[in-house]
Design a protein around this ligand. Structure first.
Ligand SMILES: [Zn+2]
Length: 389
């Protein structure tokens, strides 16, 4: 009697085994580490099949068996299965990180980089930094199976072009993914800073275990990364989550997007600083403002509270739309902590519909300045393959 597998000839058994093996590798890469029972559950494969595959891959050195003998043995991909790289181009820096496929960050480097640097110069700088990071862990580009890259800019997912509403002028109009892939000699996946923040916080930070969250970046740019039902929601052209360009005052200041009175013109870090300059002079930073507010300065405390309140009104609309469980606040203004969060929560409660906001948590993101580069690593982990025996 023929079974479904041998109906297609002798080749199909091998094809099935390969497909099952790929599935096991995929769930391990996605989770970092799992027990054998969890691998069976996540793949939907029979425990005996998983057991065979794990034995083969352990013998081949692809799965790490360092914990062999423990009762609850955790399986993870060994370094021989490959490494992934994250590269983050921010407003004033470039950061690179190297990780293994079980989600351990092995090396990380960061150097200042002017916002006006051309895309080519920026990539050359990243390569030099990467070389340094790889050398420190005795690694080599030939071990790299995936590269993720972050840009503080909207990226059109149809054309791959960096949009004009960017705080990185050197990248505007550049097909970032194509250029970076040419530069590194392998496929590079690119995403914006807010999306990467959401991915990173979900994998390593305050959003672990939460499948419906918004990561809101409050810096010179303002935007949200939306993690819905366990995956990043990018929208048709990759511009989902641009809450910084919600109209707040139709006749307000002209925004870099061309509209007037966007939320970003009111709550961006530089707008907050500008509001206080007439009183305290130039060279103020957000850190100074937070310090003065904590020391009892009324104007600084008031401006931070108002920033929280105005952001909260926009967040209420976002929560009405996507009903997240958690909103994580990151970016420079997160330095203000409760000074900004308390009024924000109050404003979300006041403006949002109760069913979308009554059990909503609004907290600080945890990864700070590392969020973007870690998000680029998470993106590489999601999209890479691995070196198989
Ligand atoms: Zn705008």
């Amino acid at each position: 009697m023929s079974t479904p597998d041998d109906r297609f000839g002798p080749g199909s058994q091998a094809a099935l085994r390969d497909a099952n093996q790929r599935r096991v590798l995929e769930v391990l890469r996605s989770a970092g580490e799992l027990t054998q029972a969890q691998v069976a559950r996540n793949t939907g494969l029979a425990p005996a099949t998983v057991s065979n595959i794990v034995r083969e891959l352990t013998t081949a050195g692809v799965i790490d068996d360092a914990d062999r003998g423990k009762r609850r043995r955790m399986l993870r991909l060994a370094r021989t299965a490959g490494m992934v790289i994250g590269v983050d181009f921010g407003h004033r820096h470039v950061t690179v990180a190297v990780a293994d496929l079980s989600h351990n960050i092995l090396a990380e480097r960061r150097v200042p980089l002017g916002p006006a640097s051309s895309a080519r110069d920026s990539l050359a700088r990243a390569s030099a930094l990467l070389e340094e990071a790889l050398t420190a862990i005795d690694g080599h580009m030939s071990e790299v199976v995936g590269i993720g890259m972050g840009l503080a800019a909207p990226i059109d997912s149809r054309t791959g072009e960096v949009g004009a509403v960017s705080i990185l002028p050197g990248w505007v109009g550049v097909r970032a993914e194509d250029m970076a892939s040419d530069h590194f000699g392998q496929h590079v996946v690119v995403d914006n800073d807010a999306n990467l923040g959401a991915l990173a916080e979900h994998m390593w930070g305050a959003g672990q275990g939460c499948d419906n969250l918004a990561f809101v970046k409050l810096s010179d740019g303002v935007g949200a990364g939306l993690f819905i039902d366990g995956r990043l929601f990018r929208g048709r052209n990759g511009t989902a989550g641009e809450i910084g360009h919600t109209t707040f005052d139709e006749f307000g200041d002209v925004c870099r997007c061309g509209n007037r009175g966007c939320l970003e013109t009111i709550v961006a870090a530089k707008s907050v600083v500008e509001l206080l300059e007439p009183r305290y002079g130039h060279d103020l930073t957000i850190a100074d403002i937070v310090q003065m507010a904590n020391d009892g300065d009324n104007a600084c405390a008031r401006i931070l509270a108002d920033t929280g309140r105005q952001t909260g009104a926009a967040l209420a609309s976002l929560c009405n739309l996507i009903n997240p469980e958690l909103v994580l606040i990151g970016g420079e203004l997160a330095l203000a902590g409760e000074l900004i969060l308390a009024p924000m929560r109050e404003s979300v409660r006041r403006c949002g519909i109760p069913s979308s906001t009554h059990d909503l948590h609004i907290r600080l993101a945890e990864l700070g300045a590392r969020a973007m580069v870690l998000g680029a690593v998470a993106l590489a982990l999601q999209t890479s393959g691995e070196r198989t025996p």
